[in-house]
Design a protein around this ligand. Structure first.
Ligand code: FES
Length: 82
């Protein structure tokens, strides 16, 4: 039977971790020894943006969601203005 409470995360360095749905992204990154840059921690500055299966999210205010897929590929957002 498929475990619907956890999801595999594939980080930019190729490492994989398993996290509970509903966990927050910054803790998930910490568990993977990945540093996501942060600023305001309130969702307004955009410093913590990551791409989750191609969709940009702000990690400080987002939770890991089943809508992101059965496996989640994470990339650092490339912003030509930074
Ligand atoms: S740290 Fe500022 S939006 Fe996330």
């Amino acid at each position: 039977m498929k475990d619907l409470s956890h999801i595999e995360l594939i980080w930019p360095d190729g490492k994989t971790t398993i996290e509970s749905l509903g966990s927050d992204w910054l803790n998930a990154a910490l568990n993977a020894n990945i540093e996501i840059p942060v600023g305001c921690l309130k969702g307004s500055c955009g410093a913590c943006e990551i791409d989750v299966n191609g969709r940009t999210i702000r990690a400080c205010i987002s939770k890991i969601d089943i809508q992101d897929g059965s496996k989640i590929n994470i990339d650092f957002t490339s912003d030509p203005y930074w």
